[in-house]
Write a protein that binds this ligand. Structure first.
Ligand code: ROI
Length: 168
């Protein structure tokens, strides 16, 4: 199954946190990291006080079920000492399953597609970078999302992962 994972961090060297999480993902036999977006810097959503975030999106191939993949993402978060107390609070590392094939999953542990993904530039821009023609079940095409207009029409032409791009 092809799946897309959003990564974000805004504490203690966020770039290193993303790299550690990506390395952890690729160490699992059942996960192959296929493509990684550039790293993007943005202010916390809703102007909540705190350091800027670094975000990226990766595309993986996996034989794991969505729930097993969630377990692994949470294990990686826990290993990097993410504290799950304050909702919307700063976080050392956050791994969100954005898409799991074309499946629609809605239960008390998982909502896929991630319901907010098409509203968030820090998800849309890296996703568009690695998969410009992606269609998101229920939510439409990535290309058509109004939040993406911040980078259109010229698109992103810089090489992947060579730089951190700042999002408005
Ligand atoms: N804001 C930004 N810019 N990036 C994130 O990854 C992020 N993650 C979150 C909240 C607190 C919603 N804000 C964010 O969980």
């Amino acid at each position: 199954m092809l799946a897309y994972i959003g990564l974000g961090s805004n504490l203690d060297n966020p770039k290193a946190k993303l790299v550690m999480a990506l390395n952890s993902l690729s160490e699992f036999n059942d996960i192959e990291v296929m493509t990684l977006s550039s790293f993007y810097e943005s202010k916390p959503l809703l102007d909540i006080p705190g350091p800027n975030y670094i975000n990226a999106v990766c595309k993986i191939e996996t034989k794991l079920s969505a729930l097993d993949l969630l377990e692994i993402c949470q294990q990686i978060e826990d290993n990097q000492h993410r504290v799950r107390d304050v909702k919307w609070g700063s976080r050392t590392i956050d791994l969100d399953i954005l898409l799991y094939g074309e499946q629609i999953i809605s239960n008390d542990r998982l909502n896929i597609p991630h319901p907010e993904m098409t509203n968030r530039a820090f998800v849309l821009v890296p996703l568009f970078e690695i998969e410009a023609d992606l269609k998101v079940p229920l939510l439409g095409s990535v290309k058509g999302c109004p939040r993406l207009s911040i980078i259109q029409p010229s698109g992103i032409s810089s090489p992947r992962c060579a730089a951190v791009f700042t999002l408005p």
